[in-house]
Design a protein around this ligand. Structure first.
Ligand SMILES: Cc1cc2nc3c(=O)[nH]c(=O)nc-3n(C[C@H](O)[C@H](O)[C@H](O)COP(=O)(O)O)c2cc1C
Length: 325
């Protein structure tokens, strides 16, 4: 265990538990982020899919629920500079960047004196993040749920990024769901652990209850890495549960978009009445209705060890229970 790295990470970000709640569009809303921050962990609020005004409202809602530290999660490839300004002006000076060239976002975040955490997936992206002045790196391995650029298993990636990181704290992510998982990566030198799927199955997550229950019932070989759920986010690999849509497509010989079976079927309806077609990247969320099983349900390879739905604070505290901190 690298006690110095753990201490540096906790001090730098004002947290007590070296646990980061993965930013997850469709799962991490203000309630979840605030619950983790109030428990002493680091909450992450994804706002990259929102307008600046909507994002500002979500930041204000979160701040109303916690005085603890949390960050906002933005897509590097979208160059969401106005979102960065809004976050800092709203009193949130921690920006988490993922997906693509981070230069423009990093320069702007630095000019606003924001702290910066960057998700990295190989040596090149780790170096780019360090050159850009990242205050911590998240080494996200191929086991992770959601959209994942990494081609490398988490523990191998962690070792690579730790070598490059020097004094900069490195957080491990991907397939971490239990206190034993967290202890393992911390013993390997990580300054903390980021968990996503484990927090989807929390009481505060805004994922639909059917999605949460499906995670709890999922087994070891439940996930696939695929680009098939591409509507709304094309040409991007993600990890999710194998489901009937995936199997129908596989059985048809994995045809290209536009030639897939059931394309155009409406499988879910959102609370505002908008419909969600088959192969969409949107997972079942609170207030939606429809054929949930056919929709994408993001999950990491640790899903087989997610066995209950609990309050997020309990999950966060439990995750560190095998660490001597
Ligand atoms: C439902 C879901 C949605 C996600 N959405 C985002 C996102 O909006 N931004 C982001 O940086 N990562 C996103 N991720 C990745 C997580 O932040 C995290 O890196 C990943 O879940 C870690 O792997 P694990 O699920 O095996 O714990 C998402 C993951 C899931 C499961």
């Amino acid at each position: 265990m690298n006690t110095a790295a753990l201490t540096t990470f906790k001090r730098a970000f004002g947290i007590e538990l070296p646990i980061v709640q993965g930013p997850m569009s469709g799962a991490s809303g203000p309630d979840l982020v605030a619950a983790v921050a109030n428990a002493g962990g680091l909450g992450m609020l994804p706002v990259w899919g929102r307008s600046v005004d909507d994002a500002k409202t979500m930041v204000a809602q979160t701040k109303a629920l916690t005085d603890g530290p949390f960050g906002v999660n933005l897509r590097s490839d979208f160059k969401q500079l106005d979102h960065i300004s809004m976050a800092v002006d709203s009193g949130v000076s921690l920006i988490h960047l993922f997906w693509g060239d981070l230069k423009a976002s990093a320069i702007h975040a630095r000019s606003m004196n924001a702290m910066m955490i960057v998700t990295v997936d190989d040596a090149a992206t780790a170096k780019a993040a360090l050159d850009a002045g990242a205050h911590a790196l998240i080494a996200q391995g191929i086991e992770a749920g959601g959209h994942v650029l990494s081609e490398t298993p988490r523990d191998e990636l962690l070792a690579t990024v730790l070598d490059l990181g020097g004094e900069v704290p490195v957080i491990a992510a991907g397939g971490l769901a239990t206190p034993g998982d967290v202890a393992r990566v911390v013993n390997a030198g990580a300054a903390g652990a980021l968990c996503g799927t484990r927090f989807v199955a929390s009481e505060e997550s805004i994922a639909h209850d059917v999605y949460k229950q499906t995670l709890v019932g999922a087994g070891a070989s439940a996930t696939v890495r695929t680009e098939v759920f591409d509507i709304g986010w094309p040409n991007a690999r993600l990890r999710a549960l194998r489901n009937s849509t995936y199997e129908m497509w596989e059985k048809a010989g994995c045809p290209k978009s536009g030639q897939r079976p059931g394309e155009g079927d409406v499988i879910m309806t959102r609370p505002d009445g908008a419909t969600v077609p088959r192969y969409h990247a949107m997972a079942p969320g609170k207030g939606m209705s429809g054929e949930f099983e056919a929709a994408v349900m993001y999950a990491g390879m640790g899903v087989e060890r997610v066995n209950d739905i609990r309050p997020a604070a309990e999950i966060a505290r439990d995750l560190v229970s095998e660490l001597s901190i």
